[in-house]
Design a protein around this ligand. Structure first.
Ligand code: FNR
Length: 218
């Protein structure tokens, strides 16, 4: 299915690695290519383009949320959905990715809330960085992102790409595209046929109070 006119899907594609030659940036570039081929509009970036200091409440109180997080937040707001290709660091997500999520979560309206997300990873290891994605899901789901159930983890990623940037294994390339197609179909349905109310409430029984209030409905 294509997702072109009259109101094309807008997808933000983020690589969770700022490294030159990053495998996750290569995977995110491939994702952006497939998504664009389906008629959606893409914006691509790496976590390094949204450089932010380590989260510090005093810094936030004194200077507000840093510019890098604001630009990331604005990228999320322009998008109907986002895709993150993130490395796995020590069986979890990189601190840089978590730190960017933490800063961006300080905005109201909170930009992850109700936004569809697809997570993927690439690693030279046999697990393809898949454990990191389970960790990445936690803050995203906590923030109300609709994280797509299927994930894509590219094992032995250092040998997995053709010089043209496709996956050398044609079957794997097909599965990658199918995952993206299924995700885009869901985003398309959510964009054009909204029927569910959105709500982000950390604990349903939480007593409303300004100091702890993280509820957002609409
Ligand atoms: C890694 N790497 C790694 N790989 C993996 O599959 N599981 C892991 O737990 C870890 N842990 C880890 C920790 C740290 C601090 C580093 C620097 C690296 C290896 C990692 O997957 C590899 O370096 C990837 O190439 C990183 O992704 P990019 O930068 O190529 O996108």
């Amino acid at each position: 299915m294509t997702h072109s006119s009259p109101d094309p899907l807008r997808i933000l594609v983020l690589s969770g690695s700022a490294r030159t030659g990053s495998l996750n940036t290569r995977l995110s570039a491939l994702a952006a290519r497939v998504v664009a081929a389906r008629g959606a509009l893409t914006e691509s970036a790496t976590v390094g383009e949204f450089a932010v200091p380590a989260y510090d409440g005093d810094l936030e109180a004194a200077q507000g949320v840093p510019e890098g997080a604001r630009r990331f937040k604005e990228g999320l707001e322009r998008a109907d959905a986002f895709i993150v290709a993130s490395p796995e660091y020590n069986a979890s997500l990189p601190g840089t990715v978590k730190n960017l999520i933490d800063w961006a979560s300080r905005f109201r309206p909170q930009p992850f809330n109700g936004r569809h997300a697809l997570v993927m990873s690439a690693s030279p290891s046999m697990s393809g960085g898949n454990r990191g994605l389970w960790a990445l899901r936690v803050p995203l789901e906590h923030l109300g992102a609709r994280v797509y159930p299927d994930m894509f983890s590219l094992a032995q990623a250092h040998t997995a790409f053709t010089p043209e940037g496709l996956l050398a294994d044609a079957t794997l390339q097909g599965r990658f595209e199918t995952t993206l197609d299924d995700f885009l179909n869901l985003v398309e349905a959510a964009k054009h046929y909204p029927c569910a109310k959105k709500a982000w409430v950390e604990y349903l029984g939480e007593r409303p109070a300004a100091v702890i209030d993280r509820a957002q409905t609409g």
